[in-house]
Every structure is written in C-alpha cells, then in structure tokens.
Design a protein around this ligand. Structure first.
Ligand SMILES: Nc1ncnc2c1ncn2[C@@H]1O[C@H](COP(=O)(O)OP(=O)(O)OP(=O)(O)O)[C@@H](O)[C@H]1O
Ligand SMILES: [Mg+2]
Length: 271
C-alpha cells in the first residue's frame, strides 16, 4: 500500500497561552486528492493546516509527510527540509505574511531562486506564472500597494512558481469577489487535472462543493466532527447546523444545502 502523502495521527495542539487549537485530529491525505477542511471561525482549520505544513508541532500525536515524522529535528535536516518545502507549499491565510519584496516579480522569483535553477529558468518560471495567473501587468508594482484580492493571487503565484506537488491553502477565497472566487475554483480544477494534491481550509460551502473529493468538518470543540464525501456532508443540515457552518434558515435545494444569507431584504420564494 502506498503511504499517504501527509498523515496526522491523533494530533493535539495548544497555543502557549493554553488555548486549544486542535484536539485529537487524525487526517490522511492521499497523493492527488483534493481534501477540504471545513469549520466555523476558530474551529482549528489554520492550526491543523500549519501542523500538516510542519510550521508548528503537536503536543500529542504525530504528523508524517512522505512517511517521515515532521519535527523540529527532521525539518532541520537539510535534505529532508529542502525536499519537504519544495514538495509541499503553504498559502497563509494572512497573505501579507508572504509578500515582502520590492516588486511582485521579485516575490514570485523568491522561491525559484532557492531551487537549483539557472537565471534563465528562474525568469521563464516567473514569467509563465505571471501569465498563468494574469498578473503580468502588475509585475513591477510593490506588493503592499495591491488590493487584497491581487495580493492573494500574487501569494498563490509565489507558491505555484516553486511547483510543489501538494498545496496547503488557508482560506484561498476569503476577500475575493465572485469573479475571482470563480477564477480560483477553475484554477483548483486545473491543478487537480495536473495531479496536484490540494488541502484547502475554508468555511465556504460552495467552494468545498466545487473542489473537494473529500471533506473534513471541524467542530467548535476543535475536534473532527465528520469526514466523508462532499455529496453526503454538504447536504447534512443537522451536521452543518451543529458546527455552525449554516444558520437555521438554511435549507436544501436540488439536494444541496443552500446557504445564501437570508434577511428580509432578500425576497425568497423557496420556503
Ligand atoms: N497564536 C495564537 N495564540 C493563542 N490562541 C490561538 C492562536 N492562534 C489561534 N488560536 C486559537 O486556536 C483556536 C483555533 O484557531 P484557528 O486559527 O486554527 O481557527 P480557524 O478555524 O482557522 O479560524 P478562522 O476561520 O477564523 O481562520 C481558536 O480558538 C483561536 O483563538
Ligand atoms: Mg484560519
């Protein structure tokens, strides 16, 4: 049997102030699958992704990548650390944390420059990525002058330029307008067609529905409340209510939970 690409076994993480981030969560990610981690605010999505990314380490339980336990020690080993960081990319929820260069171009070139590439190859990769994500026109802009949505695309570009096989994406669609959200869903489809492994944290049920092969739902107790195919979990109103991913006005249309915001400002004829 092929070992999962990433595997967390009964991981628990508390922040230094004692607050629970995630409790006894087991997750395994197979190569090439698209897993979505759903949960309300503060349920532990970011914590779980950061554990899978080897950015923090569990107090109890273990995380393995490519069958090697992630620890401060294993990630200090030059070879493993380099391969791991090259093969597993992480999109921070706070995109500003990823952008620090003078221009968009330089931020995207940063990752490829750490690889063993010639200057020509680096240039080619950056230019391909800029054009793939439609960012060529803003290549010379300082990232801090961009809009939130543009920053998100640049951060994603910086990640893709390194060409990792697995992408851990923390709220990739937050702050994106409907057209950019659609753009992200299409990009995710292309990445899946290329055989990339995706692990996406979101509270957006529509995004989950569009991109997930499998869904994990976190409860507000920071534990995994459910795991399974999107077709089943995303129509389980009781489950979604219990973890506060929908409010009591949600209902099912066409076999899927319907979650647009309801208020008396919205005329609604599907009661
Ligand atoms: N640096 C920190 N110090 C202390 N507690 C933290 C820290 N980061 C997160 N927490 C706590 O850990 C829990 C899980 O947080 P986490 O950021 O993983 O949630 P999340 O599901 O990603 O939420 P969101 O949807 O708001 O991004 C929350 O109760 C949060 O307050
Ligand atoms: Mg988060």
């Amino acid at each position: 049997m092929v070992a999962p690409l990433l595997q967390a076994e009964a991981v628990t993480y508390h922040y230094p102030d004692g607050r629970a981030g995630i409790v006894e969560a087991s997750v395994s990610v197979a190569e090439g699958e698209s897993l979505v981690i759903l949960g309300a605010n503060a349920s532990g999505k970011t914590t779980l992704l950061q554990l899978l990314a080897g950015l923090i380490f569990p107090a109890r339980g273990t995380v393995r990548a490519f069958d090697i336990v992630l620890s401060e020690q294993s990630l200090q080993d030059g070879d493993f650390a380099r391969t791991f960081r090259q093969r597993v990319g992480f999109l921070f929820q706070d995109t500003d944390a990823m952008l620090f260069s003078a221009t968009v171009y330089d931020d995207i070139a940063f990752g490829p420059l750490q690889l063993d590439l010639t200057p020509d190859e680096v240039r080619r990769r950056v230019e391909e990525t800029l054009s793939l994500l439609g960012l060529s026109a803003i290549a010379q802009q300082p990232p801090h002058q961009l809009s939130g949505g543009e920053k998100k695309k640049v951060a994603l570009a910086a990640l893709l330029a390194v060409s990792p096989g697995a992408l851990l994406l923390d709220e990739p669609t937050s702050g994106l307008d409907p057209r950019s959200q659609r753009w992200f869903v299409e990009l995710a489809g292309e990445l899946r067609a290329m055989g990339k492994t995706l692990v996406t944290a979101t509270h957006d049920l529509h995004v989950a529905d569009e991109i997930a092969d499998r869904v994990i739902v976190l409860g507000e107790d920071h534990r995994i409340a459910a795991e399974g195919p999107p077709e089943r979990l995303l129509r389980d109103l009781d489950l979604l209510l219990s973890v506060n991913l929908v409010h009591q006005h949600a209902h099912i249309h066409d076999g899927r939970v319907h979650v647009h915001p309801h208020s008396h400002l919205h005329a609604h004829d599907h009661q």
